[in-house]
Structure formats: structure tokens, C-alpha cells
Design a protein around this ligand. Structure first.
Ligand code: ASP
Length: 351
């Protein structure tokens, strides 16, 4: 049910959706929000209020990171009571990382936070941006008859699909269907109607207040295995000063080389207290370290299973947990739990 007295805050950070062509080079560069609004006159026909706030300098999402995520959290905290929902416009390239980080930084949400953007700038006739933006805004004010938001979660809406943010991955650099949620079902689909799968949507604990978190620790790394990875490469990463966490992208169900030099280096890191999380390189499926000897040896030296978490969610979760001052032992305990729906716990298996 659309609430016509509702108000949405649209946070414009940059990205293709608001870009124009640089006349000299032909490359796309960010423009400002008024330009974007000028190309979507439909915004004036929506029956609820839309206010906007924009980054002083809109950016390509390749430049997004912890500082920008903190700015977004600050904007949402400062405006939380005033608005029914929030829509964030950002570039698609790092949107899955932003959505994952925000899902941990915005705890106990009772209001929607929907990220969207586009593959073609809003000024192009065939743009996908209009549809993405307008539907994201509608989702941000959609409520049940009791006046509660349908989707009090951090989500990405793209090409008719509403996905839990920390389950998404950018899967295509050119298609309009740029994102997917491969280990968790789509939580709503927009056609003639927006069909929500209410049973999949997270809800805040009754009576709980939102909590806004700002502390992130970037002493983390991602190692993607490949046949031929060298001792030097691995050793160089493990010995980075102050490194606290590693997302180890392994093969298949969580398998890695069984050679001693490899296992010794990984173990050296674990013994130093580096929390090492096993995540599969496959687009979908889960790590099962008991399935093959090559996975079991990793488990035996203290590598944690990331189960079906995405790399984007795993690396931002490590930043979040270490940022909040947790010890390696505490981080390990939290990494195997679902904090914001980023891991499928067995009792939640719905597909
Ligand atoms: N390079 C752009 C960005 O991520 C791509 C996009 O917006 O889709 O900002």
C-alpha cells in the first residue's frame, strides 16, 4: 500500500545514472542532481514527497569506500525520524559492497534503504535508470495496513528485482540485469504489481531502536586463489603489517592446494591471529569444508567457513567487526553467524 503522506530521502552519490558525456573525451563523468531530476519529470507525478541530498562531488562508485559509507550512515541517522524510507543512487560497480557494508552499519532498521542506479545514463533515451529509480522510490514508501514498511532492510533494486543487499553481486557489466542474488531468493519482483515475498524479509525486533555504526577497520585483504599462485605472493600478503582478516576465495566447495608450502603460509597467518574466511569463487553455492580432503585441511589449520556468504559481504563484515573493536576470537564467533541475513543458517533454508 503506497502511503501518499510519506516522504522519501533520495541520496545521490554519483554513478552512471547521473552522468553525461564529456564533450572533449567522450568519457562519462558525474553530473548533479538537478540534471538528473530534469530528465525524470515523472518524479513530480509521484504522490508522495521526495527530498534529496547529494554528495558535494558526485563520484564514480570506484571511489566509494568506508568514508562514503559513513557519510551515508550519517545522513540516514540525521534524517531517520523525518523520512519513511531512503533511496541511495550510486554507481553499480561497487554497489554490492556498499549494500553489504550498510547492512551491517545500519542495525535494526524499521525503514527501507534501497540502493539503485543504472547501466545507461538517465539522459539516454533507452536508459534503465528511470524505471529503477521510480520503482525504488515506491518500494521505499510501501507499507502494510498497520503502517509498517514492507521492506525494512538494506536492498538493491535493479531491473525489476528487489534483492537483499548483502546477498548481491554485480554479474554483468553491460546488461540491464546487472545484479543477482544467487544464494538467496529475490525478495520482491516488480511487474504490473510489486510482489513481495514477505516471509523472506527481515523485520526489526519489536520495540528495538535502530543503531548506527561508523567504525570500520580496513586492515583486511582478499586473496583469490589461482593455479600457479606463488609463495612470494601469498607470503607478501600474510606478512602485511596489522593485517587482521583475509577473505580466501577458494575453488568449488571451499578447496585449496594441499601442498605444504601453501598450508604452512596460511597457517602462519592464522596463528598470528589473522581471521581467515573461506569463500567460494563460484557464483553460487556454499563452502563445505568437510566434503573434500582439500577443504578439510584448511579447516584443520583454523580457516573458517564462510558458508554461502558473498565476497562483498565477507570483506565488509570483517571491516565492521574489527572496526567495532572485537578480538580475533570474537570476530571468528561472529563470522559464522548471520548478523544481517548474509549467511543462510540451516534453519532458514527456504529454497
Ligand atoms: N562506473 C560506474 C560506477 O560504478 C558504473 C555505473 O554506475 O553503473 O560509478
Amino acid at each position: 500500500m503506497l502511503d501518499y503522506n510519506a516522504s522519501v530521502l533520495l541520496i545521490y552519490t554519483g554513478g552512471t545514472i547521473g552522468m553525461t558525456e564529456d564533450l572533449n573525451t567522450g568519457a562519462l563523468k558525474s553530473f548533479d542532481f538537478d540534471y538528473l531530476k530534469g530528465h525524470v519529470p515523472e518524479l513530480n507525478r509521484l504522490k508522495f514527497n521526495i527530498d534529496n541530498i547529494q554528495f558535494r562531488h558526485p563520484i564514480d562508485s570506484s571511489d566509494m569506500g568506508p568514508d562514503e559509507w559513513k557519510t551515508i550512515v550519517r545522513i540516514i541517522e540525521n534524517n531517520y525520524e523525518k523520512y519513511d524510507g531512503f533511496v541511495i543512487l550510486q554507481g553499480t560497480d561497487t554497489m554490492a559492497y556498499s549494500a553489504s557494508a550498510l547492512s551491517f552499519m545500519l542495525e535494526n532498521l524499521s525503514k527501507p534503504v534501497i540502493l539503485t542506479g543504472s547501466q545507461l545514463p538517465i539522459g539516454k533515451i533507452r536508459t534503465d535508470g528511470k524505471e529503477n529509480l521510480i520503482t525504488a522510490l515506491e518500494i521505499a514508501v510501501d507499507k502494510n495496513p498497520e503502517g509498517e514498511a514492507f521492506v525494512p532492510e538494506v536492498c538493491i533494486f535493479f531491473q525489476n528485482l528487489l534483492m537483499r543487499g548483502n546477498r548481491t553481486t554485480k554479474i554483468n557489466a553491460a546488461n540491464f540485469k546487472a545484479f543477482n542474488s544467487l544464494n538467496f531468493p529475490i525478495i520482491a519482483e516488480a511487474g504490473t504489481y510489486i510482489r513481495y515475498k514477505h516471509e523472506l524479509i527481515r523485520r526489526p525486533f519489536k520495540g528495538s531502536k535502530p543503531e548506527f555504526h561508523y567504525l570500520l577497520d580496513t586492515n583486511v585483504a582478499i586473496i583469490k586463489l589461482f593455479p600457479g599462485i606463488s609463495t612470494e605472493t601469498l607470503k607478501a600478503i600474510i606478512t602485511i603489517p596489522h593485517l587482521k582478516g583475509i577473505v580466501l576465495e577458494t575453488y568449488g566447495a571451499g578447496n585449496a592446494p594441499s601442498e605444504n608450502w601453501f598450508l604452512d603460509i596460511i597457517e602462519e597467518g592464522v596463528m598470528k591471529g589473522i581471521v581467515t574466511v573461506n569463500v567460494t569463487q563460484c557464483a553460487s553455492g556454499s563452502v563445505e569444508m568437510e566434503r573434500y580432503h582439500a577443504g578439510k585441511t584448511l579447516k584443520n589449520i583454523g580457516v573458517l567457513s564462510g558458508y554461502d556468504i558473498t565476497t562483498e559481504a565477507a570483506v565488509t563484515k570483517l571491516m565492521f567487526l574489527f572496526g567495532n573493536g572485537l578480538s580475533s576470537k570474537e570476530v571468528k564467533e561472529q563470522m559464522i553467524l548471520s548478523l544481517a541475513g548474509e549467511i543462510t543458517m540451516y534453519h532458514e533454508l527456504v529454497y
